[in-house]
Design a protein around this ligand. Sequence first.
Ligand code: ADP
Ligand code: MG
Length: 250
Amino acid sequence: MTQPKYMLTVEGVSKTYDGFKAITDLNFYLFEGELRTVIGPNGAGKSTFFDLITGRAKPDKGKIEFGMNTDLTKMNEYEINRLGIGRKFQTPSVFTEHTVYNNIVLSLVGSRGVFASIFKRLSSTERDRIDELLKLVRLDTKRDWKAGMLAHGEKQWLEIGMLLAQEPKILLVDEPAAGMTDEETHRTGELLISLAGKHSIVVIEHDMTFVKQIARDGQVTVLHQGSVLCEGKFDAVQSNPKVREVYLGR
Ligand code: ADP
Ligand code: MG
């Protein structure tokens, strides 16, 4: 048996904002192909954690590595993204005036420029990939819709499709179910589960039904005051008294 490989190594990381400790001595290890759920109360440092991985913020101390030896702390956001780390913010940001199809096109061939991507022909491989992505995020029947006309949940899926077009190795997804109906939430869970294995994924989430759905047998990390409070399978985490106290409020 080969040893599982870390896709992300975070050790002893701290980040202070004007004296406020947003992240304190954080350790976090993500295995290749893993789907990890991160929960924690508001202000626990969850989004800051993503800021630090993606280079949006820089740690005061500690190690953040892609895989087991590529130091991310010296790289900028663009370089980190190019390595294969894609992030989805809580609010979907799609090009509302462009069609669903062209949103994916722009993400796939963005480096060729907006004009080229829309008016130049795409290769058949690129077209196949776009069709595949549209099916995956269940928007194949709405490919010609303006993205601005989509429901909130569909915009979130389109943005996930746009991220996937960039073939990320690691996907960081911040509260994907926020503002979704129960059905949309469940479908989002199915989508994320289907992406695990091929991608290594970290999902920040609040909705415990959703967390239970996507965590299945996997690890859940609880953040509290910028550190890991506990880590384990969903049932163990949910019944942990420390977690109930800080997170569930009982
Ligand atoms: P969560 O996502 O878990 O709700 P955040 O990571 O957004 O928490 O925030 C953790 C704490 O760090 C909050 O108190 C927040 O105000 C603070 N914080 C986050 N980013 C910044 C920033 N850019 N400047 C100042 N304070 C920040
Ligand atoms: Mg947040």
